[in-house]
Design a protein around this ligand. Sequence first.
Ligand code: ADP
Ligand code: MG
Ligand code: MG
Length: 211
Amino acid sequence: MALGRDWAESWLRATAATVAEHRSELVRLDREIGDGDHGENLDRGFTAVIAKLDSVAADATPADLLKLAATTLISTVGGAAGPLYGTAYLRGSTAIAGESTLDGAAVVAFLTAARDGIVARGKAEPGDKTMIDAWTPAVDAAVAANGEGRSEVEILAAAADAAEAGALATEPLVAHKGRASYLGERAIGHRDPGAESSALILRAAAETAAE
Ligand code: ADP
Ligand code: MG
Ligand code: MG
C-alpha cells in the first residue's frame, strides 16, 4: 500500500500484534542478560498505542500517528526502552512532518532520524550490544536501497533484513550500555532483547507496506 495514514496505522497495529506474539521470547532474552521485563514493557506500551488509534482523525498524517505512538510509549513503557523508542518515533515523526504519503527519501529520513534519536538519548555506539545494532544496519541498508532507486516496500524490506541480521550479530558481543553491561563476558552468547524487538518493529513496517 502507499505509505500514508492507513499504512502508519497498520504498521502500529502490526507492531502491537508481533510484540504480543513474541512477548515471552523477548522476556526470555531479557531474563538472560537483563531483568526480564522487555516483552511486558513493550506489550503494555503498544497495547496503549492501539487503544488510542480509533480517536485519530481521518485526515491525520503518518507523522501524527507516529508522534502519538511516541508520547504513548514514553508514558507507558518505562525502563530503558520506553524513552529510547519514544525518542525514536518522536524524532522520526518530526523528520516526516506534514507529508501525507512517504516516498523512499521520506522512509530513509524517518529511519535515520529515529536511529539518531536513540543514539542522542542512549549514547550507544554500534557494537555496544543494544538496539542500535539493529537500527544502524537497517538505516545503512535503507540508504543503499534508496540510492539504487528501489521502491518504498523494497527499502523497508532491506531495512528489516538488515535489522534481523544485526540483532543476530549481537549474540557474540559484550554489552557496553544498559543492564547487560553489568554482566561483562557473561552477556556473550545471548541476543540483545532491544535489538530483537527493533527487528520485529521494522519487519512489521515492511510487511504492512507490502500488503
Ligand atoms: P530495562 O533494561 O530498563 O529493563 P528494557 O528491558 O525495556 O529496559 O530494554 C532493554 C533494552 O534497551 C536493551 O536490550 C537494549 O537494546 C536497550 N538499551 C538499553 N540501554 C541502551 C542505550 N544506552 N542505548 C541504546 N539502547 C539501549
Ligand atoms: Mg528489562
Ligand atoms: Mg526493567
